[in-house]
Design a protein. Structure first.
Length: 1083
């Protein structure tokens, strides 16, 4: 209660209307110096800035040294500035455009006669490039660019691709080689994202394909890589900021629709087989805006709806050749028939249609409350429903349609902002943000999950793959409700050459998590005969032990204070320095586990809290000569972990729930028509597996990175601007996971033969001893590797540094008036880390980091986000203005492929991975044996391995070594998108007809424009054990490997050989056309 009281007291203090700063992260600013004809400063000149479309005005009076500053302005424009002084002529500048989060500097000279300067847009654009307020690295996307560039997703986050330092994938946006989970997403300066972390792209409802707001509501969008402004926080990746549109003095409405069907999507060619498209979409929306009270109050609303129908990614039974599937179709059909005989509906193994429905609604109201105060209130609703994609990709198990799920997400967001221009050079910005998100996943089936290992022969090659049906393990009981309350108040003071900032903010996150993976039960069968006899090898179910133990309610509070000074040292040098302190508190307390405390002296009820972090930042802008600009900075950035990891400490403590695991003869018979068993067969009491534990280090700190950059901008003859930058990022403290239940390791095996004494492949650190136990088939099992066998992996969430990224960029920009604009950018980025932190589950994060040495002492190697090179180019032309104007835009993105790793299927080092429950992910990197000797498997597997070796350059570079993590890579991808729009005007109405053509290269040639998708961890060998006689009476278990990777036919002989593990991504690899129409009415 005391903590709760302190929370609301703190929020109340922050909510008080005290004058606390500035042109903020959701607004723009204008500043400069007024001088007379002789160059002397003009004091007491009145500077008036009017937003032309709304009539909103802001005023400032110049200081004794002639300086003025206007803050809290709406980004965009156009604005008109008028400068007046008794005894001097007026000065007027028109068509001024302002940028999000930035000051535009405009110096004014007053003459005896009045002066009106028109067409300032070109001049302002040049000033924007070479402006004292431009410090750090960022990419700005204006409303014009958003409207001009091709898109079919209509998600403003996708425009992050315009930044040379961004790398986009199906998972999210990586900025400068950093983890996409550590990005932040703000709309109108307010946090608007899934902070819990269910969505990898951070969008609230993103895992259901949701959008934050309608694209029509976005005024400007910004990707920040290194912003040395202490108001920007909550990330160690990148910050993505958007500001929304407002109404004007003109009533404007629009309605639009877009359409795609099968005929507007190209066929997908894999090998020599073309897969005809089955895609269709319907998409529509509207906007409306205008005055409530002219020059005082305005409104703007927008709505958007879309339905998408498309097939799953990958290969499908009955449609793709058996060797590509590693499955014999007759075996899959028999499995389906057997399950139907038990009364279960297994679903289809063929391709089927997935549906995704997206809806957004947005409303904004602006009120100019006199000359000194402006208020803004907005509300947005984002809703999405999506059928999750079943796994049909090579290198992992195959899922029938009954293993799918339906994801539902709905987000409500409300933001209130008050901007105040106060006397004596003070200005204030107050913001209140409320967000509510519901996210749930419903399994397609209510029956237990069933996995059957199917083995068959294709052209004398043995193929083996697990096939899954029934409710997905992690979708069996899965829901989340999260709430965010955010209050911020910033005060800025302009004191001549100094611009001072003092800010306070407080944020509270509350989570209601419902998550019981495996609640319906899960069966595993070694073959079809076991399924026919209903004799599973393994049965598993999660059983809550308390009424709410598996559905934790918890929260997090953050309080922040920050100060900053921006100093205009001279007309050519601007310095900025600031400091920020963030203090997080965790609300709630996990249950203690006395048994774990007794065995390993670990208290699971402890949570970190009250551990402050300090972020110091400094930057500069220096313009030694006209047309040359140097930007530099260095500082510490503090982010947030995915709060889903905090939930794991409440759920995976061994007290909230237990996992029942029954093996061999103790596994209960499969009966989908009855209740899920909660005891093993033949046992009077429930059995319990070695439980997986997650807990936090009490000294855990939020992630912090040190980021340093330097950049040069140069204007060349002809109005060409080139920029180059260098950036280095080092993790001071990053989230790190270690298994404290591992015994001391031993090093066994010899590199020259890849196998010794049956303990593993290559010279490898192992834990325990492989056994010939009575468990599943010839699965590799280990004994003696744990400090206590009462528990499985005991994973401690702590901190460690060492991750780094570095990047170099080059950009070229040229505008040819209003008719043509060209931008070209390139970046070289490298990143390395210790662990893959991409999952919402701590155990999965630990398990999905492939191991080549010691799982607790990982080697810093290439990260999942290491995609070294990227080219991005865009061009826009406006022609035929006499006929309403034809807009033509092109966007090219070429980038390196995504990294992946090859691992064994099975545990070859005894670290408990793969194991039970979410620890079931294989993580042992393969040993690259000699091509002639040393391969520990059958001749057919050796031949397939030999053919894979010839295909994979990453294997050839690492012969007689354990493969380094993330060193294999999909091919480079090239993509060109085109948009053509024609406007026809009649009276006060206009109609725009548009064609968006994505992946133009694929339209020109079916083998071009391919973007490949791959599982980040590819299982290539199944490791089995077999008893071999020794010199005595004891049998030594011998490990053997069987090739289970992707297959293809030799183009000339037709014989089967190994194939690379990636496939073209659907629908990204297909050309797609979209027709649109937009009607606009203004009066």
């Amino acid at each position: 209660m005391a903590t709760l009281a302190m929370s609301f007291t703190g929020l109340a203090i922050l909510s008080a209307p005290i004058p606390l700063a500035a042109q903020g992260i959701s607004t723009a600013g204008l500043r400069g110096r007024v001088v007379d004809q002789a160059g002397e400063p003009v004091e007491a000149a009145l500077v008036t800035l009017e937003h032309t479309e709304t009539g909103a005005t802001n005023t400032a009076v110049t200081t004794p040294d002639g300086r003025y500053s206007l803050r809290g302005l709406r980004p965009g424009g156009p604005y008109t500035m008028t400068v007046t002084r008794i005894g001097l002529g007026d000065h007027t500048r028109e068509d001024i455009e302002l940028l999000l989060g930035r000051f535009v500097t405009l110096d004014v000279t007053l003459f005896p006669e009045a002066v009106v300067i028109e067409g300032i847009e070109v001049e302002a654009r040049q000033d924007i490039e070479f402006d004292p307020g431009r410090i750090g690295i960022s990419t700005l996307v204006t409303a014009d660019l958003i409207e001009q560039l091709p898109t079919v997703t209509r998600n403003f986050v996708d425009f992050a691709a315009l930044s040379p330092l961004s790398r986009t994938s199906e998972e999210g946006v990586s900025v400068a080689g950093t983890n996409f989970r550590f990005n932040t997403l703000n709309v109108d300066g307010a946090l608007n994202q899934d902070v819990f972390g269910l969505s990898t792209d951070n969008i609230a409802g993103g895992r259901a394909g949701g959008r934050v707001i309608p694209l029509e509501a976005v005024e400007q969008f910004q990707v920040l890589v290194a912003p040395f402004d202490v108001r920007q926080s909550g990330f160690t990746g990148g910050a993505m900021n958007a500001v929304t549109r407002s109404g004007t003095n003109t009533f404007e409405t629009s309605a639009f629709g877009f359409y795609r069907n099968d005929a507007m999507v190209g066929a997908l060619v894999i090998g020599d087989v073309a897969t005809e498209p089955t895609l269709s979409t319907a998409h529509g929306g509207f906007t409306a805006g205008g005055p409530i009270l002219r020059d005082r109050a305005h409104f703007f609303v927008a709505g958007e709806w879309e339905q998408i129908r498309e097939p799953p990614n990958g290969f499908h039974v009955g449609e793709s050749e058996a060797f590509r599937l590693s499955l014999v179709p007759d075996s899959v059909a028999r499995m389906q028939s057997l399950l139907q005989g038990f009364g279960a509906d297994p679903g289809t193994a063929r391709s089927f249609t997935l549906e995704n429905t997206i809806f957004n609604l947005f409303a904004r109201f602006d009120w100019e409350m006199g000359d000194r105060h402006d208020a803004m209130l907005r509300y947005s609703l984002a809703s999405a429903d999506d059928d999750a994609d079943p796994n049909r990709l090579p290198g992992d198990l195959y899922e029938l349609s009954s293993s799918g799920s339906r994801i539902h997400a709905r987000s409500h967001s409300a933001v209130f902002q008050l901007f105040s221009s106060l006397p004596a050079g003070f200005s204030n910005e107050f913001a209140l943000n409320l967000q509510h998100l519901d996210d749930s996943e419903t399994a397609s089936s209510t029956l237990p999950q069933v996995e059957v290992t199917l083995e068959g022969t294709v052209d004398d090659v043995i193929v083996r793959r697990d096939v899954r049906s029934g409710a997905g393990y992690f979708a069996q009981d899965n829901g989340l409700r999260q709430r965010v309350i955010q209050v911020a108040n910033n005060l800025s003071y302009d004191a001549g050459r100094h611009s001072l900032l003092l800010g306070l903010s407080g944020t509270r996150f509350d989570f209601d998590r419902r998550y019981v993976p495996g609640a319906f039960g899960s069966y595993q069968f070694e073959n079809l005969e076991e399924l026919a006899q209903s004799e599973p090898d393994r049965y598993e179910i999660t059983i809550p032990l308390t009424d709410d133990g598996s559905n934790p309610n918890f929260g997090v509070q953050e309080f922040s204070i920050y100060v900053q000074d921006e100093f205009a040292a001279s007309e050519r040098l601007t310095l900025r320095a600031g400091a920020r302190v963030d203090l997080p508190f965790f609300l709630g307390r996990p249950a203690a586990n006395p048994a774990l405390d007794s065995a390993l002296q670990i208290d699971t009820s402890q949570l970190p809290g009250g551990n402050p972090t300090l972020s110091l930042r400094a930057g500069l802008n220096w313009r030694p000569v006209d047309g040359t600009q140097i930007r530099a900075g260095s500082g510490v950035f503090t982010g947030r972990p995915a709060f889903a990891w905090l939930a794991n400490a409440f759920q995976n403590n061994g007290v909230a729930a237990r996992t029942l695991v029954c093996r061999g003869g103790s596994a209960p018979a499969y009966d989908p028509t009855g209740p899920a068993p909660t005891v093993c067969a033949g046992r009077p009491r429930p059995a319990q597996s070695a439980t997986v534990i997650n807990y936090f280090d009490p000294d855990f700190l939020f992630p912090q990175d040190l980021r340093t950059m330097v950049a040069l901008d140069q204007r060349l003859p002809g109005g060409i601007v080139i920029s180059g930058s260098l950036i280095y990022n080092y993790a001071l403290q990053q989230v790190f996971i270690e298994n404290v239940n591992l015994r001391g390791n031993r090093i066994v095996g010899e590199a020259q033969d890849g196998y010794s004494l049956g303990y593993g492949f290559a010279r490898r650190q192992v834990f325990g001893t492989p056994t010939l136990g009575h468990f599943r088939g010839n699965e590799v099992l280990w004994e003696g590797g744990r400090r206590t066998d009462r528990f499985g992996p005991v994973l401690k969430i702590t901190n460690k540094g060492e991750n780094f990224t570095y990047a170099a960029t080059f950009e070229l920009r040229k505008d040819f008036g209003e008719t043509l604009g060209v931008r070209v950018g390139y970046s070289l980025t490298r990143s390395a880390d210790l662990q893959n932190l991409t999952s919402i589950d701590i155990t999965s994060n630990f398990a999905s980091t492939p191991v080549n040495v010691h799982p607790n002492v990982p080697v810093r190697q290439s990260s999942r986000f290491d995609r070294p090179q990227k080219w991005v180019a865009s061009a826009h032309a406006r022609i035929l203005p006499r006929f309403g104007g034809t807009e033509i835009s092109l966007l090219y993105v070429g980038q390196s492929g995504v990294p992946y790793s090859y691992v064994y299927r099975g545990d070859v080092n005894g670290d408990d991975f793969p194991g039970a429950r979410s620890a079931s992910l294989p993580n042992d990197l393969i040993y690259i044996t000699d091509r002639v000797t040393g391969f520990p498997g059958d001749p057919a597997s050796r031949d397939l391995w030999d053919s894979l070796y010839d295909l994979e350059e990453c294997l050839q570079r690492q012969l007689i070594r354990i493969l380094a993590r993330n060193t294999c890579r999909t091919p480079w991808s090239n993509r060109i998108d085109l948009r053509v729009a024609q406007t026809v005007e009649a009276g006060g109405m206009s109609a725009e007809l548009s064609l968006d053509l994505l992946n133009l290269l694929n339209l020109l040639h079916s083998g071009w424009g391919i973007v490949h998708v791959v599982n980040p961890v590819v299982q290539i060998f199944e490791v089995r054990r077999f008893p071999e006689p020794s010199s005595g009476l004891i049998s030594i278990p011998v490990l053997r490997a069987r090739y289970i990777g992707a297959l293809q036919r030799d183009r000339f002989t037709g014989a089967l050989e190994a194939a690379l593990p990636y496939v073209p991504e659907v629908p990204t690899s297909q050309w797609r056309a979209q027709l649109g129409i937009r009607l606009r009415l203004a009066r």
